[in-house]
Design a protein around this ligand. Sequence first.
Ligand SMILES: Nc1ncnc2c1ncn2[C@@H]1O[C@H](COP(=O)(O)OP(=O)(O)O)[C@@H](O)[C@H]1O
Ligand SMILES: Nc1ccn([C@@H]2O[C@H](COP(=O)(O)O)[C@@H](O)[C@H]2O)c(=O)n1
Length: 523
Amino acid sequence: MPNSVRKHSFDESEAPTEPSPQYLSLQPKKNTVLVSHGRPPWYGEDGKRTCDAYVVAVAGGSGSGKTHVARQIVQSLGSIPTVIILSQDSFYKYHTPEELELAHANKLDFDHPDAIDMPLFAACLADLKACKQTNIPVYSFVEHQRLPETKYLYGATIIITEGIMALHDPALRELYDLKVFVQCDSDLMLARRIQRDVKERGRSVESVLDQYLRFVKPSYDNFVRPTATYADIIVPGSNNAVAIGLISAHIRRQLDERANQFRKKLAIPHLYFSGGSGASTPESRLEDLDLKVLPQTPQLVGIYTILRSKETSRQDFVFFADRLSTLLVEHALQYLPYTDKTVTTPVGVVSHGKKLDVKNVCGVSVLRSGGALERGFRRVINDVPVGSLLVQSDATTGEPLLLHAMLPHCVRFRHLAEESWVFLLDAQIGTAAAAFMSIRILLDHGVREDRIVFITFLVARGGGISVLRRVFPQVTIVCGAVDDEMREGWLEGYRGEGNPEGTGRPVWVMQPGMGQIGDRYYL
Ligand SMILES: Nc1ncnc2c1ncn2[C@@H]1O[C@H](COP(=O)(O)OP(=O)(O)O)[C@@H](O)[C@H]1O
Ligand SMILES: Nc1ccn([C@@H]2O[C@H](COP(=O)(O)O)[C@@H](O)[C@H]2O)c(=O)n1
């Protein structure tokens, strides 16, 4: 059922409040991004990244408790999805059949710094730190081998790396913001290792002891323990709750510093961006916004009339939304490159035509309402992969939060993303906060700005579109109608600042708009 809104008067001096997230408590695995809580904007109102992810390195001997420390930190921060653990164990090198034979006979040294692919580890970490995606190797301790698959990671604000050689490599040390060494008694480390390797890594007690005496202990003395001198903090290997609490408090401050809030500036750009800077105002001329608006034929206006009417049934709404999205996608396709193509017709005549000249095309819908454009999109572009981004407003501040990213294969890998054309699908651009975030995500992945085509039913001329245009001028924006106005209101039932009676969240509403498009399409 569509939510109704009630007007709320906006006070310019109103300071944005801190989000008060509800955290889920999950036991994280190594290299896991949790997806239970959203990521606030990691970029400013100029569209640029405001800071790197914060990197903590945890080194120490095998069995010293590095993983335990990393997991405890994650847990004490509330197991939020933007705090991830990156284990150096994933970066053991690929082994030849001869090396594998040695490994199974306990004769391969896994405790020498050369056993780990340090350049790959540094490259993946550098990408994550710069808020880009990365695809890390997957390693099997049972098979002693790197597996064929990789694991995609994106969106970390805090990265906790852990490994015996985490502090060994100078290039890696350059990437760390905080260096921790877990100091533990050797007997305790050995006892823990026997228990763990027998239980989790398919080893016998005898083989663990053999490997320990041959490689693990000498390596600890020669390579691992000396790196404690690089650490900012030495944490004991047991009874370390206080140390973990202090580190977590420090990291929480880093986390808070990395959450930007500027949705109101987007929603009412003339209050913030006017003046001598040549910034746009809601009175911006439509042609200055460089929107690709469908020709306003009576047939198109007829479709909008049906979609805007509150009397329209859900069945009709879906039918006409699908029809409209087909028209929008057809229109958008003209902005892609084409080359000449000659064919011979069934009657033997040569005909000169065109063919689409792109390597990869995919779609990404901004859920939930972007899903209303998906059917039309798939109808026009055959077999096209479609991913999704779940961007929702924070319940108290209305700021956008990235809750989930499920991107197509051709965007997940940087070398493919760099040559992909990506259609972003979202039902409307009002404050433009979700559009801002989804474009930023694609750019983080290496998609070229001029290869992003944003398709939407409605754009609010007085909303964030003028800022979006200025910040991302090369993105093609295709829409069917432009509404003049937006008004701030509250979704029915909101209880909070400015609206003490209800429960809900603040929203900006397009005027005349189409209501809550996601609700009308899906419910
Ligand atoms: N502070 C601690 N208190 C109790 N048990 C611990 C502590 N630190 C580690 N352990 C246990 O010791 C074992 C090895 O710890 P782990 O963190 O996997 O070591 P590492 O990653 O350094 O090889 C695990 O079973 C873990 O539960
Ligand atoms: N195939 C392998 C690879 C590594 N190891 C051992 O793992 C230890 C490091 O992992 P921790 O989680 O204990 O830090 C290292 O000491 C290697 O000996 C292995 O046994 N088999």
